[in-house]
Design a binder for this molecule. Sequence first.
Ligand code: FMN
Length: 343
Amino acid sequence: MHDFEARAAELLDAGLFDYFAGGAGDEMTLRDNVASWQRLALAPRVLAGVAERDSSVTVLGRRRAHPFFVAPMAYQRGAHVEAEIGSARAAAATGSTYVLSSQTTTDPAEVAAAMGDADRWLQLYVFSDRAVTHDLVQAARDGGYEALLITVDFPVGGRRERDERSGYVVEHPTYVQLSRGPTTPAERHAMHDPSLTWDDVAAIGEASGLPVVLKGILRPDDAERAVDAGAAGIVVSNHGGRQLDTVLSGMDALGPVVDAVAGRVDVLVDGGIRRGWDAAKALALGADAVLVGRPVLWGLACEGEPGARAVLQQLVGELDNTLALLGCPRAADLDTSFVTRRS
Ligand SMILES: Cc1cc2nc3c(=O)[nH]c(=O)nc-3n(C[C@H](O)[C@H](O)[C@H](O)COP(=O)(O)O)c2cc1C
């Protein structure tokens, strides 16, 4: 996948690169996120008539050209001066759904204006200061964001040892803290509300009037509760390995969650998706779409919007090529017969 990560490592301040690249603890989950997709082998079907191919998927009742979403990522101004505008425009140009982080360094209204009518969701953290969270919900409604992606795996911050070592401080104020100066990881993590429960999330979702997708679910019983709480979708995710080390990968968690949900809501997955064929494997296991995080950030860091766009274009092209070579011309028809666990 290009050489964007290596170039970003040279371009960015070391502490910032480590903040973007790093994970919690010994980074076992961070590594396993990528390795887990490699544990699955593809089982191609031949002579399937693949001249016409269709990568489209349907999520929240809306047809999308392909299954790639840009994952919400904080502090993108640190990566490139174009910040969230650059990654959002790249998403719009490639038909990818864009998810804007709660810790955006660009006003959600400006991101919306830059995207025209392209698909966008807003990721919501439920902060202890509920006024901040309500302001974000209002910004989502005002900016034509289609859905709220409420992240539920961040009651407290993970132990990110690279950040502890570097003492990295985020220089760029975010939309939700514009009046403040640089913040340390501890200050940023202290914004989160560890007392949050299912009732809070259900109430915030209902009051928002927007469809709610819950991000950070890894257990089938939590997936059931998400459905009961009124969620329209679930993102199976371990937060890019940044929260609790040694938790299972999205790939390993996906099948049981898909079974528990049984088609009642949409299921997305993220963590370690680096290639078009990884996305095909996710769809084969029952996901409706995938989120891609760091690769987009590396493209943005190196070249701004064109870099992020190149990453997304490569993924879309690889998925199309995978559908042809796998003998499954429609992404929506991928099923478990196309994957097998390596022995
Ligand atoms: C630098 C960085 C910042 C992130 N910020 C957020 C965030 O603000 N909200 C959120 O829900 N997830 C956040 N995440 C997690 C991503 O949305 C996503 O779950 C993860 O990066 C996917 O894994 P991947 O990077 O291996 O593709 C962040 C991830 C990274 C790498």
